[in-house]
Design a protein around this ligand. Structure first.
Ligand SMILES: NC(=O)c1ccc[n+]([C@@H]2O[C@H](COP(=O)([O-])OP(=O)(O)OC[C@H]3O[C@@H](n4cnc5c(N)ncnc54)[C@H](OP(=O)(O)O)[C@@H]3O)[C@@H](O)[C@H]2O)c1
Length: 254
């Protein structure tokens, strides 16, 4: 059995989310709850989530719901709490950088109200809703982790290149939410380590328009990135104020 028994991966249709689910199952987690928002997502990433559901029918628990909506988050929490009374490992992998209409803004001229609000809704809100509705299941005596995949560009102190307004801003907001969640969890469920994680640049749908000309040595596979982040999750000490780490264990300033 893996040292974290029950896990929830939010956004398991994506490249990093499906990899977290696979790695947790391989490491022997007892029950792995996975969320996905549409049937198309089951077949995404070459059908990885679909294959996991077939290969681990007794340990994977798929929940179809859109975690950017609070009523659906409540439903996720209801389904999970019918099955278990504790969650030990929770990672939010839902995130948004571009869609068919909008890419990241290179300058202020490109700011678009709809895209800005969508970035905050998708990149910051699910983590707060997860904290709100899963705090109860994380209040127990065992070791636990509450993490979200952020991005280095969300660090205000680290910002040197500018641009990508909505993505940077929404990840900075996510980081502030995690910092706040860490403080509240430290009072209410002090067993939980709260982390923001930077995965590196990883070969997924989210990065594909921007990684074509990258040196392949700097573009990670989801497997490499997730295994590295899991090592970081397992090895870093709990900080009562939360902390922001890159895949290689480097501490990033908020
Ligand atoms: N890949 C990288 O290089 C990189 C670098 C830094 C940070 N990150 C962060 O890592 C996280 C995971 O990204 P990824 O690389 O695994 O990308 P991905 O494969 O595109 O996965 C994104 C996930 O977010 C969900 N999602 C996207 N838009 C949504 C919306 N409007 N409403 C609800 N769910 C939505 C997707 O669901 P569907 O499958 O249903 O669309 C999917 O589960 C993101 O937060 C991203 O910002 C990635």
């Amino acid at each position: 059995m893996y040292r974290f028994e029950n896990a929830l991966i939010n956004g398991a249709s994506g490249g990093l989310g499906s990899q977290f689910a696979e790695e947790l199952l391989k490491r022997g987690a007892g029950k792995v709850f996975v969320t996905y928002r549409s049937d198309a997502g089951l077949g995404g990433c070459n059908g990885r989530l679909e294959a996991l559901i077939q290969n681990y029918p007794d340990r994977i628990f798929p929940v179809k719901a859109d975690s950017t909506k609070e009523d659906e988050m409540i439903e996720i929490a209801r389904v999970v709490s019918e099955e278990v009374s504790e969650i030990h490992y929770l990672v939010n992998c839902v995130g948004y950088l571009h869609n068919s209409d909008h890419g990241p803004e290179k300058s202020l001229r490109k700011i678009n109200e709809e895209q800005f609000i969508e970035a905050v809704r998708v990149n910051a809100l699910p983590t707060v809703l997860l904290a709100k509705h899963f705090m109860k299941l994380m209040r127990h005596k065992k070791e636990a982790v509450f993490a979200a995949i952020s991005a280095r560009v969300g660090s205000i102190e680290d910002n040197r290149a500018g641009g990508w307004y909505s993505y940077r801003g929404s990840k900075a907001m996510l980081n502030m939410m995690l910092s706040n969640i860490a403080i509240e969890f430290n009072r209410g469920c002090p067993n939980v380590k709260v982390l923001a994680l930077h995965p590196g640049t990883v070969d997924t749908n989210l990065s594909s328009p921007f990684s074509k000309n990258m040196n392949p040595d700097h573009l990670f596979t989801p497997e490499y990135s997730v295994k590295s982040m899991m090592d970081v999750i397992e090895s870093v000490d709990k900080n009562p104020l939360g902390a922001f780490y890159a895949w290689d264990g480097e501490k990033i300033p908020w």
